[in-house]
Design a protein around this ligand. Structure first.
Ligand SMILES: N[C@@H](CCC(=O)N[C@@H](CS)C(=O)NCC(=O)O)C(=O)O
Length: 216
């Protein structure tokens, strides 16, 4: 039986996981979760019940990055996995730095920008400007190469783009008129890809009694 992935379609952490699985052609059983009504099977695992979570070979992987590294290890496509996560330690450190900045510095501003009404201590544009510091960094980098680590896509790109997509979606009109040409081109290369269509396939909420749904 393939591994089980608890996922939520629009969650950027789950999107980065599904994108990696799709690119590495690693098949899992997908369990689409409604966050307001999490299934007992997920809650009964105990501890955190965030998505994505993977259950594979009797092990639990409760973080998106754990799942991505599980996929890197288990894919049959060693060439693609080497491209996404090169063996070179310096390259790995740079990829981790992009992801770390995204997850720990940018994401909190993205949340405040998206849910500015829950953070009335500042106006929404204040949070957007804070988030834009990361957009500017990305733009600077993408001026010089197609992807964050050079001419080839790596985990840095896959792990970051779903969050930039979410940032853009908060106020699409603003994003469209903003001056980030290289960033927009990079983002479009993901959201317009066939892989992304697969990643964003809609599945009904998983129920214990249903047939297995495989992804990709
Ligand atoms: N650090 C986690 C974060 C996952 C996360 O926060 N997921 C959100 C959905 S986007 C979630 O499950 N929220 C519901 C909850 O916190 O109970 C990861 O990388 O997987």
């Amino acid at each position: 039986m393939p591994a089980i992935l608890y996922s939520f379609r629009r969650c950027p952490y789950a999107i980065r996981v599904r994108y990696t699985l799709a690119i590495l052609e690693l098949r899992v059983q997908l369990r689409e979760v409604v966050l307001k009504n999490k299934p007992a099977a997920l809650l009964n695992l105990g501890g955190r019940s965030t998505v994505p979570q993977l259950l594979a070979d009797g092990q639990r992987y409760p973080e998106s990055l754990d799942i991505i590294f599980w996929a890197i290890k288990h894919t049959k496509h060693a060439d693609v996995s080497e491209q996404l996560w090169p063996e070179n330690a310096q390259q790995q450190a740079k990829i981790q730095a992009w992801i770390g900045f995204n997850d720990h510095c940018f994401k909190p501003w993205l949340d405040r920008y998206k849910y500015a009404d829950r953070h009335p201590e500042q106006v929404q544009s204040y949070y957007r400007e804070k988030g834009e510091r990361f957009l500017k960094r990305l733009e600077q980098r993408l001026k010089h190469s197609r992807f964050l680590m050079g001419e080839k896509m790596t985990l840095a790109d896959i792990a970051v783009f779903p969050f930039i997509r979410q940032f853009a979606g908060v106020d699409l009109k603003w994003f469209e008129q903003s001056h980030y040409p290289y960033l927009k081109c990079w983002l479009n290369s993901f959201v317009e890809s066939d892989c992304f269509q697969t990643v964003m396939t809609k599945f009904p909420a998983w129920e214990e009694s249903q047939n297995v749904v495989c992804f990709p």
